[in-house]
Design a binder for this molecule. Structure first.
Ligand SMILES: [Mg+2]
Ligand SMILES: [Zn+2]
Length: 225
C-alpha cells in the first residue's frame, strides 16, 4: 500500500504558497490566482508568475517556512501506517518549504515529490521536475504519474488531499480521502471518497481496515463515509 499525501491544506493547516504570497508578494498575485481558478491559465503559469512577485531575502523566507503550522495528528497517523505501507508527500507546492516545515516539526524525513524552489537575489523561482505535459491537470507535479512510478502498478494507492492538484490522481487512486475542494470534485465526478478534517480522522478509518484490504471493497463502502 502507498499513501500519497498532499501538503498544502492537508498536512499543513493552511496553504503555504498563498500565505507566502500574502506576506511577501505584490498584491497583483490575487488577480493571477483568480485567472487560474477560472481556468484561464494553468497551475504552472499561475505559480511561475506569482512566485516571481515575491520580494524578500533568503533568511526571512527560511524563518517563514519554519513557522508553517502542520496537522499535529499526522505523526500518530504516520507511526501507524508506516508499519505496513509506504508514505510519500506529493505536492504541487515547493519542496524546500515542505522539508523545512517538516524538519522544524520534528517529523521523520519522508520522501517529498514537489516543485523545486530556487533562491534568487531578493526572491525565488521555481522549476518542475515532476511535470507531465500529457496530464490534463496542467499542474507542476502530476500526482498520477508520481503515484504510478512509486507504486509500480502493483501497490494499492491511497490519496489524501484537499484540492485541485489532487484531481488527476483522485480518478486513479484505489482509495481517496478528501476535504474541501476535493470533496466537491469527487462528488461532481462520482469518485467514491472518505471525508476527513485531520489525520486523526484518516487514522481512525485506516485502523478499521484489514491490512490486506482488497481495493474493490474500499471502493464499495467509500462513497457513504
Ligand atoms: Mg492541497
Ligand atoms: Zn496527472
Amino acid at each position: 500500500m502507498l499513501f500519497v499525501i498532499d501538503f498544502d491544506g492537508t498536512l499543513s493547516v493552511g496553504d503555504t504558497v498563498d500565505a507566502m504570497l500574502e506576506r511577501f508578494a505584490e498584491p497583483e498575485w490575487r488577480a493571477v490566482e483568480q485567472q487560474w481558478l477560472d481556468g484561464r491559465i494553468t497551475a504552472i503559469e499561475c505559480m511561475q508568475t506569482q512566485l516571481r512577485m515575491v520580494k524578500t531575502d533568503h533568511v526571512t523566507l527560511e524563518n517563514f517556512f519554519r513557522g508553517i503550522q502542520l496537522d499535529a495528528s499526522f505523526l500518530p497517523f504516520y507511526r501507524h501506517v508506516s508499519q505496513f505501507a509506504e508514505v510519500a508527500i506529493v505536492s504541487d507546492g515547493l519542496d524546500h518549504a515542505i522539508k523545512v516545515a517538516m524538519k522544524n516539526a520534528a517529523l521523520p524525513e519522508l520522501p517529498v515529490y514537489a516543485n523545486k524552489l530556487h533562491f534568487v537575489p531578493d526572491g525565488i523561482d521555481i522549476s518542475w521536475p515532476y511535470r507531465n505535459a500529457a496530464c490534463q491537470g496542467g499542474n507542476g507535479v502530476c500526482k498520477c504519474a508520481v503515484a504510478r512510478d512509486l507504486s509500480q502498478g502493483d501497490q494499492r494507492v491511497v490519496l489524501i488531499g484537499d484540492g485541485k492538484s489532487d484531481a488527476c490522481l483522485a480518478r486513479e487512486a484505489d482509495v481517496v480521502f478528501a476535504k474541501s475542494g476535493l470533496i466537491r470534485h469527487c462528488k461532481a465526478n462520482d469518485i467514491p471518497h472518505f471525508k476527513f478534517q485531520t489525520f486523526a480522522d484518516v487514522l481512525a478509518k485506516v485502523k478499521s481496515w484489514p491490512q490486506a484490504m482488497p481495493a474493490t471493497s474500499a471502493r464499495r463502502d467509500g462513497a457513504s463515509a
